[in-house]
Design a protein around this ligand. Structure first.
Ligand SMILES: [Zn+2]
Length: 236
């Protein structure tokens, strides 16, 4: 039994949130931002990355800065209310989504937001991305749901995304793009890449005919694995 599990097995939300030392998080956020650009899941200055520090603050990527030129000094440290604690630049205008997700889910250590092409196709069509590949449910928890449309940067959008991430690691923002969470910055980026890969396969499978769903028992079993891992290992 992990230290953040109560004797009855319930998850203890009073346990310390998932966080790592500042220098480690800054390195991870910068590396993920550059990887996001290198892997082609963002265009220009779109998309953003955040990671939670062990003092409760959050490192976020800055607003309106290209990823190739970005350095550690460009990253911004904010508190969960969005106030800048350190850094010269303005935090991403989409910080509300990151902070709401981290506040609602203390086991999450990081958030990635991107405009990956195939995932965004489902976001624009306002269709969930089906979890029709076995391992996908283990990584993500189930289908990737679509949150109702709210304007970018708004509080209702942040709240809707945080709620959608309660039992899975990815959600689509209608007519916008993808948000993922993870144990670490690397894991949140990995989830974004897994979702984009899956979205491309589901899009192609539909062109071939129809997507055959996984058997219900497999979905239930794999969702159970996802839930266990998230609530028993993400906080170490
Ligand atoms: Zn965006």
């Amino acid at each position: 039994m992990s230290r953040d599990t109560k004797p009855n097995g319930d998850f203890d939300d009073d346990a310390k949130p998932n966080g790592r030392p500042l220098a480690e998080i800054k390195d991870a956020v910068l590396a993920a931002a550059k990887a996001m650009h290198a892997r082609g899941i963002v265009e220009g200055t779109a998309g953003n990355v955040s990671g939670r520090v062990d003092d409760g603050t959050v490192v976020v990527t800055p607003s309106s800065l290209g990823y190739e030129a970005m350095t550690l000094d460009d990253l911004v440290v904010v508190d969960l209310d969005g106030h800048v604690v350190a850094g010269e630049r303005s935090p991403t205008s989409e910080k509300g989504v990151h902070l709401a997700a981290l506040a609602a889910h203390p086991e999450a250590g990081a958030v990635v937001h991107c405009h990956a092409k195939h995932a965004s196709m489902f976001a624009v069509a306002r269709q969930p991305i089906p979890a029709a590949i076995d391992e996908f449910v283990i990584y993500i928890g189930g289908d990737v749901p679509v949150c109702e449309y709210h304007q970018s940067g708004s509080d209702p959008l942040a709240a809707a995304v945080a709620a959608a991430l309660a039992d899975r690691s990815a959600a689509l923002m209608a007519n916008h793009g993808l948000v993922t969470i993870g144990k670490s910055v690397d894991d949140a980026l990995h989830s974004a890449l897994v979702v984009e890969h899956n979205a491309e396969i589901m899009w192609g499978a539909r062109l071939l005919g129809a997507v055959a769903e996984l058997p219900a028992q497999a979905r239930t079993d794999f969702a159970g694995v996802y839930d266990f891992v998230r609530h028993h290992t993400w906080r170490g």
